[in-house]
Design a protein around this ligand. Structure first.
Ligand code: XMP
Length: 514
């Protein structure tokens, strides 16, 4: 695949992933790099264009992220967004001011006037709504720049230096609230950077398969297979590259949903011509987790134990070899890689300790969003049910049992979750949701059953709709379905006397409870 890359230079803005999504949706490959990346690295990558993201700081703040001015000498087109636009103005000799009056700060939908002669706004309406989120503004453009958009309070809503191909917008074209914002990004990619739009999943597959077979050579690879979408797609991709040099290891850590372990074993032994190994190590995980209640502690213990099992399997099967896993882009971002804040450490992002030895780690899906992974899975011919399975996190029920994990709690949760899945499948509502499951919060409440008082566990139901799992909405499940689920759980699962429904979106919640 010819290299056509857009770099999104991350200054800490909240919409960075969205910018990357938009670019990729236009068939242009893009990577988000932290603002600490070296100029040499950028030169080496030779991108067709660079997008500076927004960020929470003022350019005059001594701790604010700055980048070497050399970036403006590379002859590469740049689009600065919000803070990125202010940084461009500041670095090239313009001025940025802090709005003294509250009215000059703009947050939210703002009427904006565009100059249709600008390549960014050509053939788009000259007046429209843009999404603003800033308290600083550009008070003087750098030499060589002209103003091409303004609002009532913001004199420079967009600026450009056509000769140098530098563009800056104070608003956020990547969010849906900016009318025609996607068109503006499209124009930057295609009309300014002259991208040809070659980022297609076919080329991703070809390129990745070639890279894996070159990296692995004649060595062996052990893949951590959970049976979820990501690791299944990774298995298909790697096996395309190295065939039977791949061994898929499914670790039953005792935190699977009811019957899940058998389902995974059957699917992978019957459907695929793969080396498949199931390792049952429930008791080891239970022992290690005993007494721990903190979500991050639990995640670290589970992740570390997984790596130990895989490392042993590599030693046993190949002596030395590669370890592969189905990490996807949001796993890395939410685990706090780069400049993003740590939300939770995904099990496959736990630090690999010295005890564990791999020749190298292969993560072929690490730059993809969930819906892109599914596209790859379909193109590789994986069964529809597998590709569209709802995700199941590596730490399994371990992050759905709040507080200490015990075998008794696992049993309760498995039963409740199985009823929930059964009801959703029966009424056909399952396919309206991206993910749904039961949670055991470890809270006891008083109830009455028969004529007697009960004091028992609570089950929470979590169900969301989303494409990319970076944001999600709670699913609007009809009450009668929720009612049936609640009735069955209380009647059929011992030690549960109450069921509640979680109506939190992400953000502010996350999909999983821990
Ligand atoms: P959150 O809870 O972060 O979940 O909003 C987003 C998606 O990621 C899944 N998830 C994980 N998947 N290992 C995984 O393989 C993990 O450690 C992990 N934590 C969350 C979650 O189920 C949802 O689909």
């Amino acid at each position: 695949m010819a290299k056509e890359l857009i770099i999104v230079l991350d200054f800490g803005g909240q919409y960075n992933q969205l910018i990357a999504r938009r670019v990729r949706d236009f068939n242009v490959y893009c990577e988000i790099l932290p603002y600490t990346v070296s100029i040499e690295k950028i030169k080496e990558l030779s991108p067709k264009g660079i997008i500076f993201t927004g960020g929470p700081n003022s350019v005059y703040d001594p701790t604010s992220p700055h980048y070497s001015k050399e970036i403006f000498e590379l002859g590469i087109p740049i689009l600065g967004i919000c803070y990125g636009c202010q940084f461009m103005a500041y670095a090239l000799g313009g001025s940025v001011a802090t709005a003294s009056k509250a009215t000059a700060r703009e947050y939210g939908k703002t009427k904006t006037y565009y100059d249709e002669n600008s390549i960014l706004f050509k053939n788009l309406p000259s007046v429209g709504t843009s999404w603003m989120s800033h308290s600083d503004y550009i008070s003087k453009t750098p030499e060589g720049f002209e103003i091409v958009a303004h609002t009532e309070h913001c004199p420079v809503a967009a600026m450009q230096n056509v000769d140098k191909k530098f563009y800056g917008v104070q608003f956020h074209p990547e969010v849906n609230h900016t009318e025609n914002g996607k068109d503006m990004l499209y124009k930057f990619l295609y009309d300014v950077c002259e991208c040809s739009g070659e980022w297609k999943m076919e080329s991703f597959i070809e390129k990745t398969v070639a890279e894996i077979s070159e990296q692995v050579g004649s060595d062996g690879v052990v893949l951590g297979l959970s049976g979820g979408v990501d690791s299944s797609v990774a298995a298909a991709l790697i096996s395309k590259a190295v065939g039977k040099q791949l061994t898929c290891v499914f670790v039953d850590q005792g935190l699977m949903r009811k019957d899940e372990g058998d389902f995974v074993e059957q699917t992978f032994t019957k459907l695929f011509d793969l080396n498949f190994v199931r390792v049952n190590c429930q008791q080891t995980f239970y022992e290690k987790l005993k007494g721990y209640t903190d979500p991050e502690d639990k995640r670290h213990i589970i992740g570390t134990e997984f790596y130990k099992v895989f490392s042993d399997k590599i030693k046993e099967s190949y002596g030395d070899g590669y370890f592969a896993q189905g990490t996807i882009y949001p796993d890395r971002i939410e685990s706090g890689k780069g400049d993003a804040a740590k939300i939770k450490t995904h099990h496959n992002q736990v630090k690999i300790t010295d005890e564990v030895q791999f020749k190298g780690v292969i993560e072929p899906l690490k730059d993809l969003f969930k819906d892109e992974v599914r596209k790859v899975g379909e193109m590789l011919g994986l069964p529809h049910e597998l590709v569209w399975r709802q995700p199941f996190p590596g730490p399994g029920l371990g992050v759905r049992i709040i507080g200490e994990i015990t075998e008794e709690k696992i049993k309760i949760l498995q039963e409740a979750d199985a009823i929930l899945r059964d009801e959703m499948d029966r009424c056909g509502y399952a396919e309206n949701m991206a993910q749904f499951f039961a949670v055991l919060p470890g809270v006891k409440t008083v109830g009455v059953m028969g004529d007697a008082r009960t004091y028992d566990e609570l089950i929470a139901i979590r169900a969301v709709t989303t494409d990319d799992f970076m944001t999600a909405d709670f699913a609007k499940i009809p009450y009668e379905i929720l009612g049936r689920v609640s009735n069955r759980i209380i009647n059929e699962v011992d030690h549960v006397n109450r069921v509640v429904y979680d109506i939190t979106s992400k953000p502010p919640g996350t999909v999983e409870w821990e």
